[in-house]
Ligand binder design. Sequence first.
Ligand SMILES: CC(=O)N[C@H]1[C@@H](OP(=O)(O)OP(=O)(O)OC[C@H]2O[C@@H](n3ccc(=O)[nH]c3=O)[C@H](O)[C@@H]2O)O[C@H](CO)[C@@H](O)[C@@H]1O
Ligand SMILES: C=C(OP(=O)(O)O)C(=O)O
Length: 420
Amino acid sequence: MGAFLINGGYRLEGKLKVQGSKNASLPILAATILNSNKNIIKNMPDIIDISVMMSILRILGAKVLRIDDGVIVDTSNVDKWEVPEILMRKMRSSIILMGPLLAKFGRVRVSYPGGCEIGPRPIDLHLKGLAALGVEIKEGYGFITAETGKLKGNDIHLDFPSVGATENLMIAAALAEGRTVIRNAAKEPEIIDLQNFLNRMGCQIRGAGTDTIKITGCKIEDLKPVDEYSVIPDRIAAGTYLIACAATKGHVILENVISEHIEPLLAKMREMGCNINSYNDRIELTAEEPLKALENLRTLPYPGFPTDLQAPMMSLLSIAEGTSVIIETIFENRFKHAEELRRMGANIKINGNTAIITGVKKLTGAVVEAKDLRAGAALVIAGLCAEGTTVVEGISHIERGYENFDRNLQNLGARITRID
Ligand SMILES: CC(=O)N[C@H]1[C@@H](OP(=O)(O)OP(=O)(O)OC[C@H]2O[C@@H](n3ccc(=O)[nH]c3=O)[C@H](O)[C@@H]2O)O[C@H](CO)[C@@H](O)[C@@H]1O
Ligand SMILES: C=C(OP(=O)(O)O)C(=O)O
């Protein structure tokens, strides 16, 4: 496993074009199974999770080709409905393949998915929703086998606005007989992107971005290829770079962003004292003054503060003036980075889902381990502003979601090198 070696204390300065969204790309790739056709998708990041999804599609029979800034996916020869366990377990999004495979073949066999270890991640809402669409589900020996004569539209109320369950059900219902309504649906921007992509192939979906999504099922033969689609920018990657900039008292301009998607973060960073100018597709951040602590940072479903930026924010709050409180409401065990930050001199107390962070004057370099994707990004940020040398181990987690993380940071002036 590789590591990042960071010499801290250098200001980030310059311009950066942000990658396409991991969490939008993954369900969109899975959805290409529906139209049995050639699709060209741009702004798709070159990261491990996308490579895993591409491998799964190939195993199912698709032709998948990386092109500059995107992929071509031809699903006309997809003829398998079983996903190998080894690939299922590599990421969480593999579960999103259930919807499209059921829609296309009326059957699917998968194992339980993998993904970041941030607490229990059940899939009961996915399975309950699919059962409501007429799917018979059998679980046993670590596998899920699901079958349906024909998917039938239904009214589904999600107990929680799960991002993945909303996506899985949208894709399955796109080819179900009749109308499906998903209530208490997730409202994340990635859901809107999936709706836009599905509608481009001829599906009939409305309401994404609100808590009620209405889907009129259509026939597989009515679907068409998607000649060119561009995935939305990655709001979590953009947020990570903004936080890194603030931690080093830097000045960056991010391009390829949708500012509105990052507003929940920008509001908190302004509260801390960052100077931010946001335009539609560009954000400029300067952090010169000492940053202030946040009394209340609560992770919530969109448009609340994203759980995926909680770890990076904890690094920043570690060096803010005063005492901050973070409440993690989405995942049960998403504070593993706190222990590693403490090794770097951070003052963090954890009590259940609450973290109390008393800002220190400076962090100091140490050898730390990335235990999940965003925790890894958080440790890199800590290393960038710490005094001395930091080694972040376990960077394969980081490379699941960030494209050229070290090179992008180097281009902004960071002293970071990858060591194998
Ligand atoms: C690939 C992708 O898009 N990943 C994102 C997606 O993950 P993911 O889609 O897995 O997240 P969910 O929105 O489903 O999970 C949110 C909460 O719901 C619970 N839950 C979920 C499904 C279910 O069947 N039962 C259940 O109890 C989860 O345990 C968690 O506590 O949204 C998360 C929340 O914004 C983000 O952190 C992840 O980056
Ligand atoms: C938790 C994340 O990813 P996944 O759901 O793919 O594990 C993430 O992107 O922060």
